[in-house]
Ligand binder design. Structure first.
Ligand SMILES: Cc1ncc(COP(=O)(O)O)c(C=O)c1O
Length: 365
């Protein structure tokens, strides 16, 4: 294999750089101290609220912040929050959920990351039986990041939301990549959300913005979330308009092209399914994420190290799983190179492995 100079970086889509149109828009903004009516931030909030079908919205610096201010807005300290066991909120944000929002996570393990109405209903009933604590919210994630970017069926989402509502509990959707779900399924956002009360809509992943997420929901909840954002030190920030102006450009120019990332993810997954030592759930590759399961005696961290040496960067989620993500800076040729790099890495890590690879697999657009 001829070694290429530029590594193929499939660790995350959060490394995408802003486009020239975004930088030009940012350069035209005249930030004001009070970023309200008519400002780029306010325009963005209105547009996203309309897309999601919610009353109001607030612009936040990141998806984690948007999730956090939602939880702060709907809870009393010491209450519970139901999270899917491998959701981003459970894996990465649990410390701030507990320490800043003061909530106790109650984990529900979904099937392939997808929770059912019965699972959530049981969790809500059990929490009352055990210590009579109120549950502030049930949080869902779409697409499910650690389950290969799968999009939970809208009917499943609606069932969970109904189970939460029947017990008077707020339903929130973490949609850091919800726009991927929309493009992959062709379903409008309100359908994908299944009637949830609030949602986080991310801009700093495949949409290529350097920062930004919008939290949508009912007016009263968003007002509290805005206050809580200020408590975290983010208020009347003139620079929010600069970030928001880039997000507005992303809405106009970056959404449709996500289907190219999805096609490349499928291409990579199909190639990887041919490499001895890996399992890929091809049917589960719906968006830009590919979750590879490594068969013993291989283990994910050492395979990832060998892959990096061969020119492919990916992320070892744990000892068995490797996550790869396609994004705007990954080309068809990069995908071909990535498959070869993995096969090389397998052979380096296990000399007798018979790694067969599918060469020349092109992206089907
Ligand atoms: C599903 C999900 N939710 C939330 C986040 C957090 O987003 P941010 O990095 O903008 O805080 C991520 C980040 O990758 C994510 O994958």
């Amino acid at each position: 294999m001829t070694r290429r100079m530029r590594p193929v970086d499939l660790r995350t889509d959060a490394i995408t750089r802003p486009t020239p149109a975004m930088l030009a828009a940012a350069g035209r903004v005249m930030p004001t101290v009070r970023t309200r009516r008519g400002s780029a931030a306010r325009q963005l909030e209105s547009r996203v609220a309309a897309m999601v079908g919610h009353e109001d919205a607030v612009f936040a610096p990141t998806g984690s912040t948007a999730n956090l201010i939602l939880l702060m807005a709907v809870r009393d300290r010491g209450e519970l929050v139901v999270l899917e066991a491998e959701s981003h909120l459970a894996w990465t944000e649990a410390a701030s959920v507990a320490r800043v929002a003061g909530l106790s996570p109650m984990l529900v393990e979904g099937s392939g990351g997808i929770v059912s109405a019965t699972m959530v209903g049981d969790a809500l009933d059990d929490s009352r039986l055990s210590d009579h604590r109120r549950t502030a919210a049930v949080c869902l994630e779409t697409p499910h990041n650690l389950h290969g970017g799968r999009v939970p069926p809208p009917a499943a989402m609606a069932g969970v939301v109904a189970a939460a509502h029947s017990r008077g509990v707020h339903a929130h959707v973490d949609g850091a990549r919800i726009v991927h779900a929309m493009v992959a399924t062709g379903a409008p956002l309100p359908t994908l959300l299944g009637g949830a009360d609030s949602a986080t809509f991310g801009f700093n992943k495949g949409l290529s913005c350097p920062s930004g997420a919008v939290l949508t929901g009912r007016r009263a909840v968003i007002e509290r979330a805005r206050r809580d954002l200020a408590l975290l030190g983010v208020s009347n920030q003139p620079m929010a308009d600069i970030a928001a102006s880039m997000c507005l450009v992303a809405l106009d120019t970056m959404v449709e092209r996500l289907s190219e990332d999805h096609a490349r993810a499928r291409s990579f997954a199909q190639g990887m399914a041919e490499v001895t030592g890996f399992r890929v759930d091809l049917a589960g590759v719906e968006t830009n994420t590919i979750m590879l399961t490594v068969e013993p005696p291989l283990n994910a961290p050492s395979v990832v190290r060998s892959m990096a040496a061969a020119g492919l960067w990916a992320w070892a989620v744990d000892h068995r799983r490797i996550r790869a993500m396609t994004h705007r800076h990954v080309t068809d040729l990069d995908i071909e190179h990535a498959i070869v790099a993995v096969a090389d890495a397998v052979q380096a890590g296990r000399p007798r492995a018979t790694a067969s690879i599918a060469r020349g697999s092109r992206v089907q657009r």
